[in-house]
Design a protein around this ligand. Structure first.
Ligand code: AMP
Length: 413
């Protein structure tokens, strides 16, 4: 099976490793990165240009196109690929609005009766003030459009909440949800839906969840503290009603539905939907998935998911630790030399090879260092041992990924 993978980050490197674990897969990636280059042929493409991606899929003779990031999906890349008669894993541009617009996602959730935070879409300052008054602190203010995981401000500071609303123009202001967060990935063909293993990511930059939000500083799976019925409950209360509502609207959602949840005292509630695999949770979930990934994604892309055999998982646990550039999540410094990135488990997120062949940093999140172990403590130890083997001037990483879970300190209200 010839697979074309679109994207260039850590999620795509993890997908590339998952796809090529199957000897039947020949992988082409565009634009890819130096880590992906070890397992795939790289081609150049503007990932957000639907016609260019579709033409490349035809040129390389792809049997399946897998779209990693959200921006190409929202731009309609999956529609353009399918119009060429090629199977594509990823929702249509219309369905990707579940991620592309927070206001659209809220509207779908309300119609479908999905448990989520109460919210208002606001554009003018009077609406913003009224919503902030109604919900009180902590304030949750979300940019309506795509913001690469950084459009959300959660703050006790009213002035900061108002300022973020003003900077964004159109925002969704919502009730604060308390409780541990869970990321659940669901593979779907629009009707049948297969949940993957729930994971937890770490959005804040610093240990103990200090500092600003980032794209994600680490992740782990499985979640030993999660209620036994969590996945069944979320599939019944959230996933199937959402898929049904999307079908009812004539824009079925097929691809990867990422459900970001808070486990509140009143049950699991949706914090956000994304239309693609999460980064860095993909790194840990795929490290534990034994079922061949390409077959699963192709079944979803061709509407045959109901006939797919049940998923098989490896025993044990996985942890990924993101190594970030100097100054991230502010404007990151790039061009720093990286050593130690060849070790198995080191996933490339923001790297580039200089003309002289030296590997250097090229973004905020540079590497996503992933390891498995018999349990979370063992996986943590292995991941941090790998981090020790890396040098990158000015870099930083969290030291507490999966720590509280490994110590049994997380409780569900
Ligand atoms: P999002 O981009 O919507 O996932 O938001 C980023 C992060 O902000 C989430 O992972 C949460 O930690 C936090 N957040 C978003 N919405 C809420 C909410 N309603 N209540 C509490 N925290 C939230």
């Amino acid at each position: 099976m010839r697979v074309l993978l679109i994207g260039s980050g850590g999620r795509e490197h993890a997908l590339a490793l998952g796809l090529t674990a199957d000897p039947a897969v020949q992988l082409v990636a565009a634009p890819g990165n130096p880590g992906i280059a070890e397992v795939a042929e790289l081609r150049d493409v503007v990932a957000t240009d639907p016609a260019a991606v579709a033409a490349l899929a035809v040129e390389v003779g792809a049997d399946l196109v897998v779209v990693g990031p959200e921006a190409p999906l929202v731009a309609g890349v999956a529609d353009a690929v399918r119009a060429k008669g090629i199977a594509c894993f990823g929702p249509s541009g219309a369905a990707a609005q579940l991620e592309g617009s927070k206001a659209f996602a809220k509207d779908v959730m309300t119609s479908a009766g999905v448990p989520t935070a109460r919210a208002y879409a606001c554009t003018i300052e009077a609406e913003v003030d009224q919503a902030l008054d109604e919900f009180g602190a902590p304030y949750v203010v979300k940019n309506d459009g795509l913001a690469a995981g950084k459009g959300v401000v959660v703050t006790e500071d009213r002035a900061a909440a108002v300022a973020h609303a003003r900077d964004c123009g159109r925002v969704v202001i919502e009730e604060f949800l308390s409780g541990p967060e869970v990321s659940l990935f669901v593979v779907t063909d629009g009707t049948a839906a297969v949940p993957l293993m729930p994971a937890q990511d770490f959005k804040r930059v610093g240990d103990g969840d200090a500092g600003p939000n980032t794209g994600g500083m680490g992740a782990y799976a499985p979640l030993p503290w999660a209620p036994a019925d969590l996945v069944d409950r979320v599939m019944a209360e959230t996933v199937h009603p959402t898929l049904a509502e999307m079908r009812r609207r004539g824009t079925p959602f097929a691809g990867l539905l990422y459900v970001g949840l808070a486990l509140t005292p009143n049950g699991p509630k949706v914090i956000e939907f994304n239309a693609r695999f999460g980064d860095p949770e993909t790194q840990v979930v795929l490290a534990l998935l034994e079922t061949p990934l390409a077959g699963l994604l192709r079944a979803a892309a061709t509407g045959e998911l109901a006939a797919h055999p049940p998923l098989r998982w490896r025993p044990g646990a996985a942890v990924t630790v993101v190594v970030a550039s100097h100054n991230y999540p502010g404007t990151p410094r790039t061009g720093d030399v990286i050593t130690g990135a060849e070790a198995p488990g080191v996933i490339h997120a923001g790297t580039v090879r200089r003309p002289d062949g030296v590997l250097v940093s090229a973004g905020g999140r540079v590497l996503s260092v992933t390891a498995t172990g018999p349990d979370l403590a063992g996986a943590r130890e292995a991941a941090y041992a790998l981090v020790e083997g890396i040098t990158l001037d000015g870099s930083h990483h969290r030291t507490d990924i999966a720590l509280r879970a490994a110590q049994g300190q997380i409780t569900v209200p």
